[in-house]
Write a protein that binds this ligand. Structure first.
Ligand code: HEM
Length: 141
């Protein structure tokens, strides 16, 4: 498994842990109210499970497993996918800090970083989506 996939997947597992912990705390606080401020963790909970965990897990596995090229750079120009990892994680951190920062452009900035990150991933891996042909099989797989 390439280094970037390991990074994506390790980051996704950290966000899984944080996202579920925040969810469990919010849930516990609903049953037995002990810290009203826990409701402020809802945006971070949603961000961590959907982008931090699920999206990064999918990207990490995709980068590893999409068909490779028969060349010295089998995963194409990897800089695009590295840029995706950095931009997406900067976006998650920016979005999570937004409630603490009194700047109205912080959340849009976070979404812009993540959108650029996803676009970078698509650019870097688009050409890896091609059918594999084997001489003894009629249809490509
Ligand atoms: C893939 C996993 C998960 C996803 C995608 C997810 C997503 C979400 C979303 C979108 C909301 C906002 C719902 C709304 O505004 O109506 C939410 C709220 C919440 N989540 Fe999660 N969640 C996940 C896992 C968990 C887990 C494991 C827990 C608890 C252990 C949890 C506890 C909560 C609680 C307590 C709320 C607040 C519900 C309320 O408004 O009363 N979530 N979650």
């Amino acid at each position: 498994m390439p280094q970037l996939s390991r990074l994506f997947i390790r980051a996704s597992l950290i966000y899984l842990f944080l996202g579920f912990t925040f969810g469990a705390l919010i849930l516990a606080n609903k049953g037995i109210p002990f810290a009203p401020w826990l409701w402020a963790l809802i945006p971070a909970h949603i961000e961590f499970v959907i982008i931090g965990w699920l999206t990064q897990l999918a990207l990490g596995v995709a980068f590893w497993i999409l068909p490779r090229f028969a060349s010295s750079s089998p995963r194409g120009d990897e800089y695009w996918s590295w840029a995706a990892f950095i931009l997406i994680n900067l976006g998650i951190l920016t979005y999570s800090l937004a409630p603490l920062v009194v700047l109205s452009w912080f959340q849009p900035l976070a979404r812009a970083l993540q959108t650029l990150g996803l676009m970078a991933f698509v650019l870097g891996n688009w050409q890896r989506i091609y059918p594999l042909k084997f001489p003894n099989l009629k249809d490509p797989i």
